[in-house]
Design a protein around this ligand. Structure first.
Ligand code: C2E
Ligand code: CA
Ligand code: CA
Ligand code: CA
Length: 279
């Protein structure tokens, strides 16, 4: 038995070493990615379904890895958070998105919101508002056109201090959206006090509207709650026309999802802006 335990221990420990090694390699190549500009952004339209106009774009991060190809954020954001690399990466995202938004405006396209995702670590930085102010100044983008997406769970990590940060950002003229709404645990009493502009209904609820009456009910409640609190509401993960129709019939106007467009490069967005969105 002793021997077997020993083997087990060795098995686990070598497995752990591989994990540690993998992490170190990933962290290392993430640092290099930032230096070598292997990161890039895709943009996904947010659509006013009454008019078919694009009212906003969400910037979504990608990593072009030299050996592994394009890596999606779910595979590396957590590690970027753990190592603190999310701070410079997040700053790069904000800067790139703001400059791109300004570029489209200068090309004469009607202005659209540029929505940028913020991680908990970024949000906990005291000088976040200063960093963002500097980026807005550098890029020349009017703060009205920047929207920050923050999850419920990020805010609820420290609701009082985070509410103060939200207020500071809002006072700068930036708009604020709660991302993945419905998946976290923010109480309604908090929600009322958050200085936010928009709720984004999580894809998880939207996806199953047609097959799960509970999800349909949750989505209806979120929409009417947003309206009661005078917040805008965006449904994410809208993949089909019936989903769009269900949401529209419940007075949800703004939607985002594969039905309208997948996340695409800035060049592809330019083409869409020139020709209009087809769905
Ligand atoms: P999210 O903020 O909830 O972003 C929406 C995700 O849903 C994106 O995944 C998008 O590609 C995907 N999506 C959009 N429409 C549809 C649809 O109709 N069907 C389906 N199945 N999926 C759809 P993506 O780009 O892989 O991003 C995943 C998550 O990574 C994001 O979730 C966000 O939390 C995070 N993320 C992305 N970019 C950044 C960033 O720059 N900074 C930070 N901190 N997090 C980011
Ligand atoms: Ca988001
Ligand atoms: Ca989301
Ligand atoms: Ca999500």
């Amino acid at each position: 038995a002793k021997e077997r335990d020993g083997n087990n221990f060795q098995f686990f420990s070598s497995e752990m070493n591989i994990k540690v090694l993998e992490r170190m390699m990933l962290e290392n190549s993430m640092r290099k990615a930032l230096e070598r500009e292997d990161l890039f952004l895709l943009y996904q339209p947010q659509v006013d379904t009454r008019t078919g106009e694009i009212t906003g774009l969400e910037a979504l991060l990608r990593w072009r890895h030299p050996d592994m190809g394009v890596i999606v954020p779910d595979k590396f954001i957590y590690l970027a958070e753990e190592t603190g690399l999310i701070i410079p990466i997040g700053e790069w995202v904000l800067r790139t998105a703001c400059f791109q938004a300004k570029a489209w405006q200068q090309q004469g396209f009607p202005p659209m919101r540029m929505a940028v995702n913020l991680s908990a670590k970024q949000f906990a930085q005291k000088d976040l508002s200063g960093t963002i102010a500097a980026i807005l100044l550098e890029s020349g983008l009017d703060p009205d056109w920047l929207e920050l997406e923050i999850t419920e769970s990020t805010i609820m990590k420290d609701p009082d201090s985070n509410t103060r940060m939200l207020q500071k950002l809002k006072d700068m003229g930036i708009s604020l959206a709660i991302d993945d709404f419905g998946t976290g645990y923010s109480s309604l009493s908090y929600l009322k006090h958050f200085p936010i502009n928009r709720l984004k209904i999580d894809r998880m609820f939207v996806r199953d509207i047609a097959i799960n009456p509970d999800d349909a009910a949750i989505v209806e409640i979120i929409i009417s709650m947003a309206h009661t609190l005078k917040l805008s509401v965006t449904a994410e993960g809208v993949e089909t026309r019936p989903l769009m129709e269900f949401l529209a019939s419940r007075n949800c106007v703004e939607m985002q999802g594969y039905l309208f467009s997948r996340p695409v490069t800035a060049e592809e967005i330019t083409t869409i802006l020139e020709n209009g969105l087809k769905y």
